[in-house]
Design a protein around this ligand. Structure first.
Ligand code: ATP
Ligand code: MG
Length: 520
């Protein structure tokens, strides 16, 4: 039994022919194979036409983001922590970029970086989506920042005012009240027709729960969206979170609304990005951050602006937070973000520990555009504040050298102390414009200089009560007209004098806690 020679020839001919005509038509344009997987990073062979930032689909409905495109492979950051993916699995292009649900249905909700609800309150019903990355509005699409965004915090509204559409950095060491400032500002937007987005990056879940509960307690959740990528979630989601939050905010800005967005914090965001790109084997630069670390923050913060009238006049005001180490604002990430933003609120840990809270250091804080957005009445009562505090600090240094101080120096020191005390403010107690103006006015003109520093807040509280009960709606009038007339000033002075004299009487009758300095 054997194959005839002729047949053999023709068989080999056939095989030869087939080899020659063989076309490998495995599609590597839209399908790829996993080469390696680990630490939320997948390296893929294939996907020849994948684009930077494109969404890639893996088995079990898992998704990832194209972060690296090399000659022979694609680097993808995986959104889930699933460990079932393995070498050889196939994945496909989706042709889409990452987008998140947007709209009013998100108000009062807590979502992750992909816009999926994580608060257990059920599905978010919305039909609109926005890409997480979008171009910042052009110069001609913008208008000047000249409307104030009231934080309700005396030290900020008076010395470092913030305007709608401004980007103001909150910077300071750990535990100096950075988050507290942002949360108080959100609470103060109640009834002011400002929508708030709080983006939490790399925080503990327990801190987030506290924040959500606080916002709920002060009825601030109904106009707020919380976007969270916690410490337990991978670097890809932490990297994505601020872009998603900004897209959610942009929806309302383009509808002509004013939005406030807080990024808490961008130091952790930078670290997440560094982790991601080191795993992708991108070469490290200064402090091991990748070379485009400036660009990831500038393209994010440039999206906050105030649109012009033709585009609806909406705005996004951004309060990014950055943590410093030992007060060093000249390290890499802080200097980057300082140069991108329109000013910074520097929180000093020495002031915080000395009880000066909020610990805003007026010498290192600045608002580059906010002063044109400040109400005139606020300008009038606070124009000398910074200078007086600077004088006070200078004299304080001097007074440490010698004990004999002349009367003028003593006066500056005393007045400075009173001003600093007046600027102290408890957490969760933002004030209305009128309340701030009254407090700052009486402190500025020296009406509180004859009161012991420890009693300043008691007296201010009594004055507040007496304005509410006796002044025939002075606060409402000031808040509405944004004017503080001479008659108003007189009225406030009279009320304060009555309080002071009744307290003095009490002191002379018994050893009261309100002990006044003797008028020198
Ligand atoms: P972290 O670096 O951990 O994020 P942080 O800088 O965000 O800290 P917060 O968490 O806001 O600081 O505040 C730190 C502590 O200081 C909290 O316990 C907070 O209650 C308290 N605190 C903040 N602001 C004030 C204030 N104005 N008056 C009194 N206590 C305050
Ligand atoms: Mg914080």
């Amino acid at each position: 039994m054997g194959i005839k020679k002729d047949n053999l020839n023709s068989l080999s001919e056939i095989i030869k022919d087939q080899i020659e005509k063989y076309e490998h038509n495995i599609d590597t344009t839209n399908v790829g194979q996993i080469v390696s997987v680990g630490d939320s990073i997948v390296t893929i062979y294939g996907l020849d036409e994948a684009m930077y930032g494109e969404l890639i689909k893996f088995p079990n409905n898992q998704y990832g983001l194209v972060m690296n495109i090399e000659e022979n492979s694609i680097g993808v950051a995986l959104f889930s922590n699933d460990i079932t993916l393995k070498e050889g699995d196939t994945c496909t292009r989706t042709g889409k970029v990452v987008s998140v649900p947007v709209g009013d249905a998100l108000l009062g909700r807590v979502v992750n970086a992909l816009g999926e609800p994580i608060d257990g309150k059920g599905e978010i019903k919305t039909s609109e989506y926005r890409a997480t990355e979008s171009l910042a509005p052009q110069i001609m699409d913008r208008q000047k920042v000249n409307e104030p965004l009231e934080t309700g915090i005396k030290a900020i509204d008076s010395m470092i005012p913030i305007g709608k559409g401004q980007r103001e950095l909150i910077i300071g060491d750990r535990q100096t009240g950075k988050t507290a400032l942002a949360i108080d500002t959100i609470i103060n937007q109640k009834g002011k027709d400002v929508i708030c987005v709080y983006c939490s990056i790399g925080q503990k879940n327990s801190s987030l729960v506290q924040i959500v509960n606080r916002l709920n307690k002060f009825n601030a959740l109904s106009y707020t969206v919380i976007v969270s990528a916690g410490a337990s979630e991978g670097a890809p989601l932490q990297y994505l979170a601020p872009y998603s939050a900004t897209s959610i905010a942009e929806y309302w800005m383009h509808k002509g609304k004013n939005v406030l967005i807080v990024y808490d914090d961008l130091s952790k965001h930078a670290v997440a990005y560094r982790t991601l790109l080191l795993l992708l084997r991108r070469s490290p630069g200064r402090e091991a951050y990748p070379g485009d670390i400036f660009y990831i923050h500038s393209r994010l913060l440039e999206r906050s602006c105030r649109l012009n009238k033709e585009l609806g006049g909406g705005s996004i005001t951004a309060l990014p937070i950055v943590e410093t180490q030992a007060g060093d604002i000249s390290s890499y990430i802080p200097t980057n973000i300082i140069s991108i933003t329109d000013g910074q609120l520097f929180l000093s840990s020495e002031m915080f520990n000395a009880g000066q809270r909020p610990a805003i250091d007026s010498t290192l804080s600045v608002s580059r555009v906010g002063s044109s957005a400040q109400y005139k009445i606020m300008k009038d009562v606070s124009k000398n504040l910074r200078i007086e505090l600077a004088n006070y600090n200078e004299m304080l240094d001097f007074s440490r050298f010698g004990s004999d101080l002349d009367k003028a120096t003593q006066k500056v020191l005393l007045h400075g102390e009173i001003l600093l005390e007046t600027l102290k403010q408890k957490q969760y107690m933002p004030l209305s414009l009128a309340q701030e103006v009254v407090d700052l006015y009486v402190a500025q003109v020296g009406l509180l200089d004859d009161i012991n520093v420890e009693n300043i807040h008691n007296v201010l509280k009594l004055l507040d009560n007496s304005i509410i009960s006796k002044s025939n709606n002075l606060y409402e009038k000031i808040n509405k007209t944004k004017e503080f007339t001479n008659e108003d000033k007189k009225l406030v002075e009279e009320l304060l004098l009555t309080i002071k004299s009744s307290l003095k009487e009490e002191i002379s009758s018994k050893d009261n806690e309100f002990d006044f300095r003797l008028n020198e």
